[in-house]
Write a protein that binds this ligand. Structure first.
Ligand code: C2E
Ligand code: MG
Ligand code: MG
Ligand code: MG
Length: 279
């Protein structure tokens, strides 16, 4: 009887292990396939200088366009990509695609662009030494100026090799590529990484913008702004949906705005129709 219980326990454990293995490897397979078939495409959301009412950059937000025409949002697959390491080839391909898109825009307009295109970088990719070469060759291949590219460190997962991340950021800074800290106030970000990574910008998380008329969120945002001024970093507020929020933020002194109020993320083909687009 004991043997029966023991063997069924072993059986259950084996089945569980197999299922786990199968689901992660299926996802990995699907994503690697999507990368190969160019189904992972960048969308672009303008970042506005709200004082001048002009676009000053775009955030690159990835979308998975399936064969059936469905669009899958990053929250549904980026965490898995981070868990199984696929985030690295995905990001490396994205850097090339974005460089290619910038080049296309420049050719279309017959001049270089004053905008930055800010690519989300997970911690594991920021600390990958290969990131530097990949970026450098993408810039060279498409004849892109380094100020056209920026990286924003998403804070879903913490940096575990801060020294290597620091080295990479030093090299990126030396190349003229800016580092931004994403989701400040609502992630793993600590102000130490701001200093160590020589970040030039903080992006204040949407949760504070949603609540900006409340005393608590308002106070937090004001103190982030005061801090940013002292530390000489720029501030972007993200997730702005209403004019009222935009007005409060301008009053607090936040000039760089991103949110549905101005524009949703859009595919490359719509970029040139961006009403704030000014070359
Ligand atoms: P994030 O980097 O904080 O990007 C901002 C998210 O807020 C985007 O969601 C954007 O579409 C959304 N958003 C912007 N303005 C508004 C607004 O006014 N209202 C609302 N409700 N939402 C707004 P999205 O595109 O679904 O991306 C979610 C997250 O996925 C990103 O958050 C980022 O952490 C991650 N992600 C996206 N693309 C990449 C990528 O290429 N690599 C990595 N590692 N992560 C990525
Ligand atoms: Mg971001
Ligand atoms: Mg963000
Ligand atoms: Mg966010």
């Amino acid at each position: 009887f004991l043997l029966l219980i023991l063997s069924s326990l072993i059986f259950i454990v084996l089945v569980m292990l197999y299922r786990r293995y199968r689901s992660t490897s299926i996802i990995k397979y699907l994503i690697l396939n999507a990368i190969k078939q160019n189904h992972l495409v960048p969308y672009y959301q303008p970042i506005i200088d709200a004082e001048k009412r002009l676009t000053c950059g775009y955030e690159v937000l990835i979308r998975w366009e399936t064969k059936k025409g469905k669009v899958i949002l990053p929250d549904e697959f980026i965490p898995q990509c981070e868990a199984n390491g696929v985030i690295t080839p995905l990001t490396f391909q994205l850097i090339n695609t974005v460089a290619r898109d910038i080049r296309k825009l420049e050719v279309l307009h017959g001049k270089t662009l004053p905008y930055y295109f800010s690519i989300n970088i997970s911690a594991s990719v920021l600390q990958d030494p290969e990131l530097i070469d990949i970026t450098r060759s993408a810039l060279a291949h498409y004849h892109i100026a380094p100020h056209n590219i920026a990286f924003e460190l998403t804070e879903r997962s913490p940096i575990d090799d801060i020294e290597q991340a620091e080295k990479n950021c030093q090299k990126l800074n030396a190349m003229g590529i800016q580092i931004k800290l994403d989701d400040v106030g609502n992630g793993h970000c600590d102000l130490l990484s701001l200093q160590k990574l020589q970040a030039t910008t903080i992006k204040i998380d949407k949760v504070f913008i949603d609540d900006i008329s409340s005393l608590t969120a308002n106070t937090i945002v004001k103190s982030l702004v005061a801090f940013a001024e002292k530390a000489e970093v720029e501030v972007i507020a993200e997730g702005i949906e209403t004019q009222q929020q935009a007005d409060i933020l301008l009053e607090i002194g936040i000039r760089y705005h991103q949110g549905f109020l101005y524009s949703k993320p859009m595919p490359f083909d719509s970029l040139t129709n961006d009403k704030h687009f000014n070359v």
